[in-house]
Design a protein around this ligand. Sequence first.
Ligand code: ATP
Ligand code: MG
Length: 470
Amino acid sequence: MFRKTLIGHVIKGAKTLRKGKMRPAAPEIKIRDEHTVSRKDIDSDALKVLYRLSRHGYIAYLVGGGVRDLLLGRRPKDFDVSTDAHPRAIKKLFRNCFLIGRRFRLAHIRFGQKVIETSTFRAEPVPMDPGEDLYEDRNNTFGTPDQDAHRRDFTVNGLFYDIKTFHVIDFVGGLADLDARRIRSIGDPRIRFREDPVRMLRAVRFASRLDFTIEKGTYAAIRELHSEIRKAAPPRMLEDIGKLFGFGASEAAFRLLLKTGMFADMFPELVELMDDKRNDVEEMWACLAALDKRLKKEVDGPLAIKLVMLLYAPFQWVQAKRRAVGRPVDQTEIAESLIGPLAVRFNVPKRVVHDVVHMLMCQHRLDEPRRRFSKRRFVMQPSFAGAFLAYQMASECGMIKSPQIDFWLERCQENEISPPKSLEGLVPSAARAPRGRVKGRSQGHPRRRSRGGRGRRGRRTPNAEAPKHD
Ligand code: ATP
Ligand code: MG
C-alpha cells in the first residue's frame, strides 16, 4: 500500500515537472565576493575543460565534491564537470575524450593518469511502471541544471560553480547545510535510498570525513532502510568501503556504520564476534584509529592493509578463543575465515584477499621473533613491509603486549633493507598473487616447511613469484 502511494507520488511529481507545471524555485546565487571558491585551487586540467566548454558557448560548471570541498577550504579529491553539451559534442571538443557508459554516456577527458569526468546535465530517472522496483536501474535522460542538481545525492553535493560568472549556484539548499555542517538527502531520503542504497554508505562517509551530522530525516531513513544495502552491487560496495577509510576517518565511519545498522548487514560475522563479551570492541576501534593517524598524513594506502586493520582485533579474538578451549590455532585458516565472507560478498580481488591473509599470518612471527625461522628471508619477502606496518600500528594502539619493533628494525638494517615508512609506498602485490581462488594453503599460501629440511628445493611451483615462507 505504502509502496504504491510512494511510487505513484514519484511518477506524478516527475510528470508535472516534465510538463513544466511545477517550476523549480530560483537558485540561491553567491557572487564571487561572497564565497571562497578560487580558480587557483581548481585543478589546471579541470579548468581547461571548463574554459573550452564555456568558450564554445556551453554552460560549464564545476560540480559535486569539488565545489563542496573548496567551499569548506579543503583540497578536493577530484574535480567533476557538468555541462549542457551532449556527449558527442564534448567528444568533438576534446581529442583526449572517451565516452563511457551504455545508458547514460559520460565523457572521460584524460590528462595522463588523471580523468576529468564530464557529464551532461541529467534529469531524475522516472519509474515507468508502478510495479517497478525503485532499485532497478532505469534510463537516464538529459536535463536542465536544476534537474541535474536534484538528481544528486546530498544537498552539499548539489552545488555548482559557474566558470563564466564565478558564481556558486545552489538549487538544493546546499549552502545552508554546509553552514550547518549537515548531510541532508536531496528529496525524500526513503525514496532516494531505495533507488540507490549506496547513498546510505555515502552519507556515512561524508558525515565522518567532514565531521558533519546527518540530518534527522535522512538519518531516520537510513535506520529504517539500512538492510537495503545488501542489494547494492558488490563492486560498488567494495569501492565505497575502500573510501570509508579515506582521509583518516575510518574509526568514525565504521562506528557510524555500526550505529546506523549497516555494519551488521555488511559484516555480520564481525558483529557476532563483537557481541561476544570476551572480546574488547575498543580494540577494533583502536586499530582503526591507528590507521587513521597514518592516513591523515598520507594520501592513501592499499585496500589490503586497510582491511587488515579492520580485521586485526577479530583475528586476535578468534585465536584467543581457540587457545582458551585448547583448539589448534591455524593462522591461515583463521585469517581466511575472516576475509573469506567479505571476499564473496564484495568481490574482493584475489590478490587483495591473498595479501590480507598473508599480512595477518605474518603477525605471530613478528611478535615471536625468538622462534626458529630465517629472519633474513622473512624481512626480504615483498609482503614484509605491509605486515610490519600493520604490526607497528597494532603496537601503537596497545594491541601488542611487548612489541618487537626494534628487533625487526635491526634485522632490516642487517639485511640492508630500508624499513617501510608509509602506507602510500606499499605496492599492491598483483604480480605475485595466486591466480586461482584463494583457498586453503594450496594456492601460493606459505606452507610451513618441516624444520631443518629444504625438501621443496628446486621444485618450481606454477606461481614461482609466490611469497616464500620458511
Ligand atoms: P569525493 O570527495 O569522495 O570524491 P564526491 O562528492 O565528489 O566525493 P563522487 O563519488 O566523486 O563524490 O561523485 C561526484 C558527485 O556525483 C557527487 O558529489 C554527487 O553530486 C554525485 N553523485 C555521486 N554518486 C551519486 C549517487 N549515488 N546518487 C546521486 N548522486 C551521486
Ligand atoms: Mg569526487
